[in-house]
Design a protein around this ligand. Sequence first.
Ligand SMILES: Cc1cc2nc3c(=O)[nH]c(=O)nc-3n(C[C@H](O)[C@H](O)[C@H](O)COP(=O)(O)OP(=O)(O)OC[C@H]3O[C@@H](n4cnc5c(N)ncnc54)[C@H](O)[C@@H]3O)c2cc1C
Length: 411
Amino acid sequence: MTEITPLKSSEFIDIAVIGAGPHALTFAAYLLQKRKSWGDRLRFFDPSGVWLSHWRRQFAALEIPHLRSPAVHNPAANPFALRDFAQDRFPELYPPYDLPSTKLFADFCDRLIQDHQLQNRLIPTAVENIVPLAKGFCLWLGDGSKVLARRVVVANGGGQKFLPDWVNQIATPYPDDRLQHSSQVDLRNLYCRGENILIIGSGLTSGHLAIGAANRGAKVTMMARRVFYEKFFDADPGWLGPKYLKDFHANSCWQSRWQTVVGARNGGSLTPEVLTQLRRLKAEGKVEFIENCEIQKAQWQESISAWDINCHGGEKLMSNRLWLATGFTLQVQQQQFLQTMLQKHPIPIVNGLPVLSTHLRWGNQELYLMGGLAALQVGPTARNLSGARMASELIVDTLIKPRTFQPLLVA
Ligand SMILES: Cc1cc2nc3c(=O)[nH]c(=O)nc-3n(C[C@H](O)[C@H](O)[C@H](O)COP(=O)(O)OP(=O)(O)OC[C@H]3O[C@@H](n4cnc5c(N)ncnc54)[C@H](O)[C@@H]3O)c2cc1C
């Protein structure tokens, strides 16, 4: 195992990356492909101290067998690198679009991390505040120390669990594990034989949870405020290139760009494969769908260890567990570590998304954002692996431009 290089408080970093998920890895791969010798200039911060910890956890907890996105969407600069890596493992590229198995993708990322020697550039702590200086930034770290960085790339995934209003209105006390957001459920530790489980949400996560629980002997009800529908990908592949992005970028109205982003993702959808599995489970009496329906009120009944649920429209349900596959909201104002930046260098914000430069830069600061927060520039796939590729290209392009560096000055 590689040892993590300790960081001295006097050290200053050329490029500090916040997060060590797939987006940070994509950024690193793009940068190091263009500037092989820049490895020493990079430091990544992630409290887990492990690359892709969040990604791996969510795939394991939901028992997801393969990615939703094709193999060309991977963190390497060369889109075909994953296919090349899979030379002896073609059965792990699932039809019809070569969707990599979870294991294949993880092994490929491990290889990339090893090839670029990234493990020893990862500092196992969170960045809690970014304080802009006259030149560069001071990063306040979760372990109480501070470091200076000339440039910062934010690749923190982010997002707050979205909870419907009725959740905040529950008046009865209830055991924690009886109402959970999907990100808290871990199918691997679940014993639910004979239980009724109600899952809220129409996205792929609700599908994975339903399959996992039904296979463990639960009776699952899936409820959505719309109809369940199938789609191969999160957003139409036209969003990966000029077909749709040309008009998107030509549109100077940020509000309308925001609406386009939301509209293109069109809420959650199931893949045809998962919907087929769910229909089979429905035929076996293990899964039930309730569409165009929303919960109005839920009350925990301790005596029967179940939720007493009233829906808008008058329907009533009982369920032993409630799982909220209701996704996440992403708002730059809710990112604690960006509060000082927001105060000292305010930038326009549209419904929670910051207006960045075309190179994803925060105003005139050497701070760059990737992931869902960059959606007003990158488009509806910003948070996906394809979005990571687009964002990395834009950021790397500008970072490698020759410039004269001045010494850091403390403001
Ligand atoms: C179940 C699931 C399946 C998905 N499948 C696909 C797919 O098949 N294809 C696809 O394209 N997309 C997929 N996505 C969407 C997206 O690619 C993933 O959510 C991906 O994990 C996003 O990568 P990321 O690096 O932005 O965020 P993350 O994977 O969340 O990584 C961010 C990292 O930043 C760290 N961090 C956060 N805050 C701080 C801080 N203040 N300081 C330091 N570190 C911090 C976190 O600890 C975390 O490790 C999926 C999403 C989910 C939830």
